[in-house]
Design a protein around this ligand. Structure first.
Ligand SMILES: O=P(O)(O)OC[C@H]1O[C@H](OP(=O)(O)OP(=O)(O)O)[C@H](O)[C@@H]1O
Ligand SMILES: O=c1[nH]c(=O)c2nc[nH]c2[nH]1
Length: 193
């Protein structure tokens, strides 16, 4: 997605710990024309798999996920990181590590909104180590839903998440790919894959 690649070139910043800051377009401020194009691109890519649900993780996955779900005309469910009193039991749960806030986080999805009838495409903002998507895929598996594919806005190729998730045997589609980044060489970003 060329507009996203251009925006990352313009706004991306390298932070300590191999973190790419794209707060101006993905993680704090959202740009409607970019978010809309993300949704249209993911929807075009995954429509042939005929999903009936999009699943993501709060918080930064919500925008590209709802943009995709709106084009496909299917519900979007997001894993919550704190269990509210409104959540109906049983809930599926797993743990992941938050890359931007540190520490282990719990993920919860109620069986009210995910189950054996569901054909799921997962959409998230970042594919880095793949740990978060691994945790979510585990919950989807336990629910009995079928995982059809994974879409992420930004892939950090140098963290090898794609390779680590290969055993899930589902297509992974990303919109921009960070091949490498360093203070010396800057951010090398190309179209996703
Ligand atoms: O592939 P991984 O190494 O697991 O990293 C990717 C995850 O890291 C971020 O979550 P984080 O909790 O940092 O942020 P968020 O609350 O902005 O979604 C991001 O939203 C992905 O879910
Ligand atoms: O804003 C972010 N920048 C990153 O580099 C990253 N990696 C995983 N999750 C991330 N979120």
């Amino acid at each position: 997605m060329q507009a996203l690649v251009d925006a990352i070139r313009q706004q991306g910043e390298i932070l300590p710990g191999g973190i790419l800051k794209v707060d101006g377009l993905v993680n704090h401020q959202l740009l409607p024309h970019l978010t809309r194009e993300m949704g249209e691109t993911f929807a075009r890519h995954f429509a042939p798999l005929n999903p009936n649900k999009i699943v993501t993780i709060e918080v930064s996955g919500i925008a590209p996920a709802i943009a995709t779900a709106m084009v496909l005309g299917v519900p979007m469910v997001y894993a919550r990181k704190k269990k509210p009193v409104t959540m109906k039991e049983p809930a599926f749960t797993a743990q992941s590590v938050s890359r931007t806030k540190g520490g282990v986080v719990d993920l919860y999805v109620s069986s009210e909104f995910l189950g054996a009838d569901d054909r799921v495409v997962v959409i998230d903002d970042f594919l880095a180590s793949g740990g978060t998507l691994r945790a979510l895929a585990g919950m989807i598996g336990v629910s009995g839903a079928q995982l059809l594919g994974i879409g992420c806005v930004v892939e950090k190729q140098f963290e090898s998440g794609r390779e680590k998730l290969a055993d899930l045997n589902v297509p992974i589609h990303t919109l921009a790919n960070i091949v490498r980044m360093s203070e010396a060489a800057g951010i090398e970003v190309e179209a996703g894959r």
